[in-house]
Design a protein around this ligand. Sequence first.
Ligand SMILES: C[S@@+](CC[C@H](N)C(=O)[O-])C[C@H]1O[C@@H](n2cnc3c(N)ncnc32)[C@H](O)[C@@H]1O
Length: 204
Amino acid sequence: MDEQSVIKAYKRYARNYDRIFGKIFDHGRRVLINKMGFTAGQRILEVGVGTGLSLPMYPPDISVVGIDLSPHMLWVARNYINGNVPGTRCLSLMDAQQMSFADNSFDKVAVMYVVTVVPHPEWMMEEIRRVCKPGGDIFVLNHFSNHRLVPRMVETALLPFQNLIGFHPRYSMEQFLRQNPLQVVDTRRVNLLGFWTLIHARNN
Ligand SMILES: C[S@@+](CC[C@H](N)C(=O)[O-])C[C@H]1O[C@@H](n2cnc3c(N)ncnc32)[C@H](O)[C@@H]1O
């Protein structure tokens, strides 16, 4: 999957994204944001902010910068936050694999449901570690493939359609952590049947 396939896939999803992936993924979004533990004045980066569903969940006095590769998803996000979401919410069209922020720009970084969408997750994670302050917190929420038979069969069936569906159906947490050396603080299962994992890591 490449960047153009992602842009095309999310152009198709944008209009109906909230209806399909809103409520079903909200538990994970809320657990992640509740876990972030904000202090006044901190700068937060949300990578792959999509249609901005998470933005009202942050405290209003915390400034959040959201980036996304899809102009269509960001268009929905801009309309959504316009007047509805209090606080400083700044949205930018940007590739997470090559960010234009200076080193050590953010105290905390959240990445929700993006790791298996971005073409090169290891480039994105390297960038996240660069723009997050040393000792800062990185929160990654994603579905990682597991070894159970039925989910594995579904993942295998979806493999040929990854450009169309806009995500890699098979990517394990072991592979993710091998490719991205993170100091994991803890992990937690979230969402329906605990099929998604929230990883809290420290930027070392
Ligand atoms: C499944 S959606 C998740 C959206 C949102 N985080 C949520 O909680 O619903 C994945 C998002 O990642 C974005 N994305 C994919 N590759 C990206 C990249 N290289 N840089 C920035 N955003 C990217 C997509 O455009 C899409 O909006």
